[in-house]
Design a protein around this ligand. Sequence first.
Ligand SMILES: Cc1ncc(COP(=O)(O)O)c(C=O)c1O
Length: 432
Amino acid sequence: MKLLRKTSNADRAKKHLFASQTTYYAKPLTLVDGHGTHVRDDEGNEYLDAFAGIATTTLGYGDNEVAEAVADQAKKLTHVSTLYLTDELLDYVEKVAAVSPQGMSKTFVTNSGSEANEMAAVISRIYKNSADLLALEHAYHGRTLYTVALAGQSQWRNFGPDMPHVAFVPNPYCYRCPLNLTYPSCEIACAKAAKRIIETSTNGAPAAMIAETIAGVGGIIAPPLEYFKVLQETLAPFGTLLIADEVQAAWGRLGDGMFGINSTYGVVPDIITSAKGAASGLPLGLIITRPELADVFKGPHINTFGGNPLSTRAARVTIEVIEKKDLIANAKRQGDTMLAGLRELQKRYPLIGEVRGHGLMLGIELVKDPKTKAYATEEAGRFLELMRERGILVGRGGRFANVIRVQPALVFDDNDSALFLKACGQVLDALS
Ligand SMILES: Cc1ncc(COP(=O)(O)O)c(C=O)c1O
């Protein structure tokens, strides 16, 4: 159904939204409806969503069990601040403890990933009595002042002067190794470089190092499988904690377990933060850690909406449905299918420099020429537009916005993966 409005939504947005709220596409997309892996716009066009609201609608749009739980909860109790307890909050944190790595039994619930990372930084600072933090080049951790200071990409470090001090460690970006080495003969020198950075650019004992398990905004940079083990060994002599930012990677997305850091990468960090897909589309962030770290901060601390019964109930149901429908295995199956299909396309189209990722967190790095690896930024913009014309939504990332991000709902099925690959082939043809 076409909506007859005098003013376009692009004009309405320009008039009343902040200029910093930028949208994808030359002609912004207004969504009105969603079902499963599909969304519909205000002109009646249907799209297969391979980005899932930035890796957020874990169970797809309009999942029955989440919708029923939320509707039921909305009639009873939508809001309770952190000053009171609810069974919804307690049921949720018990469930989180049951699926978290052993010993990580305590959770603080927030509304967003930024708040979760901010809290992780605060706890680490207090626990270690140290104000210094480490982060990775190419990192993205949110949009509060502290988390912007943790960003390892200049375009996201845009909050003005006087940012908190953070030292940056080279990213395990093997396709563009910052140390000009080659995996595996490099022996993960980028992780070992944390020692030099600590010794030269910090107070000698940084409280923590924060790292995305797979960098999302940075362009789906998936570290080698032994990376986090080497990193943790490097940090240990300095007593520096490891915070795994799983805002994008958690809840089965990487296809091996609930969290990628222990399931895919075999490491139990000191703190895990998450958000996005946790409540399958409702706002919820969280930090999970061991009791001695959780309890080092005596407060007082408050979060008006954090842990509200609506979001925590949706989040518990999300975990239950992931388990019941075996969606982690599905993430692996669909991810492997798309990875293989994209690698076939890479053989035919030199525009694809690299295809990488795990499960349903995949990236296609576009380059003007595989030899020079020149960033194909304009081509990536065209790729998004041409996919939209074929009824498929994908995301975009990377320091030079030349990486296509594929992060659909965990309910993506065989048909969706096939449609996605077919459209990619057509778009690459059109761009060649
Ligand atoms: C890895 C990572 N951390 C933190 C955040 C911030 O989350 P939020 O936008 O919910 O504050 C994001 C958001 O994209 C993210 O990708």
